[in-house]
Design a protein around this ligand. Structure first.
Ligand code: SF4
Length: 424
């Protein structure tokens, strides 16, 4: 507490706060830092809650160096305010001490189904529940949280924190139905038939991109998001250790150099791999991973091959694989037990292929419009976050989802007004 208050006191409370400009959800950073500097943690939390539904998550996984902290004026001559850590502190303190209680409003503005419970789905659900909508979330996994639960590793985002953030959204009156895949189990038409006024698709981008590598179909080659999901299921006690495809002493090559590749490489080492090597076709200046994530990966022993491509994977007589890599123009064969592909992902088509009227672009991203904001080409069906191409980070998905929530509210209000006029 003393450390947090001392840090908060360093803030200049700038008239035109650059930190706020750097925050995708426009968090009123100097205002809550000011409350924190006076020890008013409840007030600080209320200010944060006005803009963010997941502050304990943002405080931990946001790209602070590129966002708020990267814009703080104090960083130009000395050290920026540690905004991320302060936000994390306020949110955790609030959870532990039950400081702020959010008022439960009457849910009489309409019924909204939210598909997917990752950052976008949780944000839409939280915003609409606070605004007086009756919201039900449908999640295909056995537990809610999407990428927060089954994507980002425990050491970066403890699952106890995710659970407490989800609990806060549940306390707003949001209902969660898990183990249901919208598309194959219940389709969009059936959801409307159940009486929902609007539907939000926050289904993310869970379909891995393909790479022209020979041998990607072998058992030892895995997709990063599938691998991290298994790690998440294991951490939640839902599958056994033998179902996480990394064994003690494995030599692992990881293709790609974004934050997911960093997460995978550190996770495989933590699961007993003897060597984790990231293969990247470009230079360090071009990697999409945050510098801080890269530094942590290096500190943990991850190795990097720059300007290198992995071209073929072939099983060998030792029960492992001979992997061909082309490093700076020179072709070599290396031995690997596993290869994990972390080269990005696009949206799955489970919903779009099981209903009519929802158009997508050539990459499969759902098309949305400006008015009402976030509505797809099908009336009453909205989309936001990764599935509509507004991907990048947790906070960008949240920022987009907040705007879509406003679009849904305007649409349902207009719908009810029309109905009341019809009835009159
Ligand atoms: Fe405080 Fe830095 Fe934001 Fe200025 S830019 S208000 S010093 S956190």
């Amino acid at each position: 507490m003393a450390e947090a208050i001392a840090e908060a006191k360093r803030c200049l409370h700038c008239k035109v706060p650059q930190c706020k400009k750097g925050c995708p959800v426009g968090n009123d950073i100097p205002d809550w830092i000011h409350e924190l500097s006076m020890g008013n943690l409840g007030n600080a939390m209320s200010i944060i809650n006005a803009k963010s539904n997941l502050p304990a998550v943002c405080g931990r996984v946001c790209a602070h160096e590129r966002q708020c902290e990267g814009h703080c004026v104090l960083g130009k001559k000395g050290s920026h305010i540690n905004i991320g850590r302060l936000e994390q502190f306020v949110a955790d303190f609030d959870t532990q001490m039950h400081l702020s209680r959010q008022p439960i409003v009457q849910k009489d503005r309409g019924r909204v189904a939210v598909i997917g419970s990752g950052p976008a789905g949780l944000t839409v659900a939280g915003e609409l529940a606070r605004g007086g909508f009756d919201v039900e979330i449908f999640e295909m996994e056995p537990q809610p949280g999407g990428v927060l639960t089954f994507g980002i590793p425990e050491y970066r985002l403890p699952k106890a924190i995710v659970k407490s953030e989800i609990e806060k959204i549940r306390q707003l009156g949001v209902r969660f139905t898990t183990d249901v895949t919208i598309g194959p189990d219940i389709n969009i038409d059936e959801l409307f038939a159940r009486g929902f006024d609007a539907i939000f698709m926050g289904t993310g981008a869970g379909k891995p991109r393909k790479l022209p590598i020979e041998g990607v179909h072998y058992e030892g080659v895995r997709q990063a998001i599938h691998f991290l999901r298994r790690v998440g299921l294991y951490r939640e006690g839902l599958i056994g250790r033998d179902e996480v495809p990394i064994s003690e002493g494995d030599v692992v090559y990881i293709v790609g150099c974004g934050n997911t590749a960093m997460d995978v490489s550190r996770t495989v080492l933590r699961f007993g791999a003897s060597k984790a090597t990231i293969v990247y076709h470009n230079t360090i200046e071009h990697m999409t991973a945050l510098r801080a994530e890269y530094d942590d990966a290096v500190a943990e022993g991850v190795q990097f091959l720059w300007n290198t491509s992995l071209t073929t994977i072939k099983p060998n007589d030792e029960g492992a694989y001979d992997v061909t890599i082309v490093e700076e123009g020179e072709t070599k064969t290396v031995k690997a037990n596993k290869v994990i592909l972390a080269v990005g992902s696009g949206p799955a088509s489970r919903i779009v292929s099981t209903t009519h009227g929802i158009e997508v672009d050539e990459k499969g991203y759902v098309l949305t419009r400006e008015l009402p904001y976030g509505m797809t080409t099908r009336k009453g069906v909205f989309a936001g976050g990764d599935v509509s191409g507004n991907q990048a980070t947790v906070v960008h998905a949240m920022s987009n989802a907040r705007e879509v929530a406003a679009g849904i509210a305007a649409y349902v209000d207009a719908l009810n007004l029309m109905k009341s006029i019809d009835l009159a």
